[in-house]
Design a protein around this ligand. Structure first.
Ligand SMILES: Cc1cc2nc3c(=O)[nH]c(=O)nc-3n(C[C@H](O)[C@H](O)[C@H](O)COP(=O)(O)OP(=O)(O)OC[C@H]3O[C@@H](n4cnc5c(N)ncnc54)[C@H](O)[C@@H]3O)c2cc1C
Length: 451
C-alpha cells in the first residue's frame, strides 16, 4: 500500500460492514497517543480473568468443576460450522423466516471448499450432464459467474473451479445480505441438553466458554461434533487425509528446456487465476479425530509440499514456479458419520429408489450415474432430538461416503437441513415431528431440485 490508513479510514470501513458498534466504543476512551502511529488503549488495568472455574487435580485426576455459563445469544436455528453445508443451511433457514445464528471455528466461511483449497465442484450433475444441484448451491455458482475471475468451467460436465478468495467474499456477502447473526472464532465443544433434546451448544473462544441457546441445531461441522456431543450414534471412520496447495508462475514454465531431466511432480489443475494451479493430495488413511495424528499430518504434508516444490524449481524451465500457499485447513475427508433414521446405500442409488420424504437429489463426480434421492431420515439421529446433520457427516454407508461428501451434495443436504430447521422453529415441533411436505414446499420455493 502506498499510504497507511488512518484510524478514521478504518472506522469508516468497519462501519460500512456493520462492525462499528464494538470498535466505536473504544473511540471515546483514553486512546493513547502512540509515536509509532498505531493506536492502543488500556481497556482495563490490572484485570483478573472473570468466570474462572479452574480444573484441579484430585487424586491424580484432572477434575472440572461445575459452573454457570454466560449465554452469548438465543436464536431459532443455530448452525454449527460455516462450510459449504453450513452456509447453505443458514441462508435457507433465514430465508424461510427463522432467526439464525451461524458459528464457525475459523475466520472465514467455506470450510474445505475455501480453507481446504478444494476448488473443484464435482458432483452437481448426473447422466446426460443434467444438473441436480440447484437452490442455494447453484445460486452461489451463478453469482460467482458474475464476479471477475471467480469461477471457470461453469458449463455442466466441465467441472466448475472457483477462486477461494472470491468464494469467501461471496459467502460473506450472502450471509450479510440474509442478516444472519455470525460468530467466528467460536469452536462448538458441547451440546446443551434437555433430556433427549438438544437446546443449544457451548462454545470456546477468546471470550471464554459461552452458551448459545436455540430451538433447533444444525450440525454442519463436517465431523458431527455436535451430534456426537449430544450422544447420537455414529460410525467412526478413517479416510485419506491430505493437504491441498496452490503453485504459481506456471505460465512462465518452458518445458522444452527440461530436455532429459526427470519430469517434475504433477503440477495440479487449473484455477481461474492465470498461471496458478491447485494440487490435490490423497494422503494416508488415518483417523481424523486423533489430535496427534492431525498434528503429524500437518507437519509431514507441509514439509513434503515445500520440498517437492523446490525439486520442481530445480528442473530446467521450471525455475520460476513457486508455492503460493498451503491450505490453512487440513484435508480431512470423513470422520464421524451419523447412524440416522435412514442410511443412504449404493443399492438404493443403483435402483434409483424414490423416497416420500425426499429433501434433495445427489449427483456424481462426472455424471457417470443417474440421480439418487436423499431422504430426510438421512439427516436425523435415531434417538437424540432437535439436531439435524448436514454435509459430509450425514447417514450413509461406506460405499456412499465419497459421493455424499462432494461439495454440491453438501450444498444440497445443508440447504435441506436449514429449511427443515426453520419449519420446526416456526411450527414449534422437533425435527422428528416436522411435516416433511412443508419442508419440501419451502425447498421448492427456494428453487431446490427434489427429482
Ligand atoms: C483433499 C480433499 C479433496 C477433495 N476433493 C474434492 C473435489 O475434487 N470435489 C468435490 O466436490 N469435493 C471434494 N472433496 C470433498 C469436499 O471438499 C468436502 O467433503 C466438503 O467441502 C465438505 O463440506 P462440509 O460443509 O460438509 O464440511 P467442511 O467443509 O469440513 O465444513 C465444516 C465447517 O465447520 C467448521 N467446524 C468444524 N468443527 C467445528 C466446531 N466444533 N465448531 C465450530 N465450527 C466447526 C469448520 O471449520 C468448517 O468451516 C475433497 C475433500 C478433501 C479433503
Amino acid at each position: 500500500m502506498s499510504h497507511s490508513m488512518s484510524r478514521r479510514d478504518w472506522l469508516r470501513i468497519l462501519g460500512s460492514s456493520g462492525l462499528a458498534a464494538g470498535v466505536g466504543s473504544l473511540a471515546g476512551r483514553n486512546a493513547g497517543a502512540q509515536e509509532s502511529g498505531f493506536q492502543s488503549s488500556i481497556i482495563a488495568s490490572n484485570k483478573i480473568q472473570e468466570n474462572r472455574a479452574n480444573p484441579t487435580i484430585v487424586d491424580g485426576r484432572v477434575i472440572q468443576p461445575q459452573r454457570e455459563l454466560p449465554v452469548l445469544h438465543s436464536t431459532d436455528v443455530l448452525v454449527i460450522g460455516g462450510g459449504s453445508a453450513g452456509v447453505c443451511a443458514a441462508i435457507a433457514a433465514k430465508r424461510a423466516g427463522a432467526d439464525v445464528c451461524l458459528v464457525e471455528r475459523y475466520g472465514h466461511f467455506g470450510g474445505l471448499w475455501t480453507g481446504g483449497l478444494v476448488l473443484i465442484i464435482l458432483g452437481h450433475i448426473v447422466t446426460g450432464n443434467k444438473q441436480v444441484c440447484q437452490g442455494i448451491g447453484e445460486e452461489m455458482m451463478r453469482r460467482l459467474d458474475k464476479m471477475d475471475g471467480a469461477i471457470m468451467n461453469r458449463r455442466p460436465g466441465s467441472n466448475p473451479t472457483v477462486d477461494a478468495e472470491a468464494t469467501k467474499y461471496l459467502m460473506v456477502e450472502m450471509v450479510e445480505e440474509a442478516k444472519i447473526d455470525v460468530f467466528l472464532h467460536c469452536w462448538g465443544v458441547d451440546a446443551i441438553m434437555d433430556g433427549n433434546a438438544v437446546r443449544g451448544a457451548v462454545f470456546e473462544s477468546k471470550s471464554g466458554r459461552q452458551a448459545i441457546l436455540a430451538k433447533v441445531v444444525v450440525d454442519a461441522s463436517g465431523d458431527g461434533d455436535l451430534f456426537a456431543a449430544a450422544g447420537a450414534e455414529f460410525e467412526h471412520r478413517s479416510h485419506n487425509i491430505g493437504l491441498v496447495s496452490r503453485i504459481a508462475n506456471l505460465d512462465r514454465v518452458d518445458p522444452a528446456k527440461a530436455g532429459d531431466a526427470p519430469k517434475p511432480r504433477p503440477l495440479g489443475s487449473v484455477t481461474p487465476v492465470r498461471g496458478v494451479n491447485w494440487i490435490n493430495m490423497r494422503g494416508p488413511e488415518v483417523d481424523g479425530l486423533d489430535v496427534a495424528t492431525l498434528t503429524r499430518m500437518e507437519l509431514n504434508h507441509r514439509k513434503f509440499i515445500w520440498q517437492s516444490t523446490q525439486r520442481t524449481r530445480q528442473t530446467p524451465g521450471y525455475e520460476q514456479v513457486y508455492l503460493t500457499e498451503t491450505a490453512p485447513q487440513l484435508g480431512v475427508r470423513i470422520t464421524r458419520v451419523l447412524h440416522g433414521l435412514h442410511t443412504l446405500t449404493r443399492d438404493d442409488l443403483r435402483a434409483g429408489k424414490r423416497f416420500p420424504d425426499v429433501v434433495g437429489v445427489g449427483g456424481s463426480e462426472n455424471g457417470q450415474h443417474d440421480e439418487w434421492q436423499i431422504p430426510y431420515g438421512a439427516l436425523l439421529p435415531r434417538k437424540v432430538d432437535n439436531v439435524l446433520a448436514s454435509g459430509r457427516c450425514i447417514s450413509a454407508e461406506m460405499r456412499m461416503a465419497d459421493l455424499v461428501r462432494l461439495i454440491p451434495n453438501c450444498f444440497v443436504t445443508g440447504h435441506a437441513a436449514g429449511a427443515a430447521a426453520a419449519v420446526c422453529a416456526a411450527d414449534g415441533c422437533t425435527p422428528r415431528e416436522v411435516e416433511v411436505a412443508k419442508v419440501q414446499k419451502v425447498l421448492k420455493e427456494q428453487e431446490a431440485y427434489l427429482g
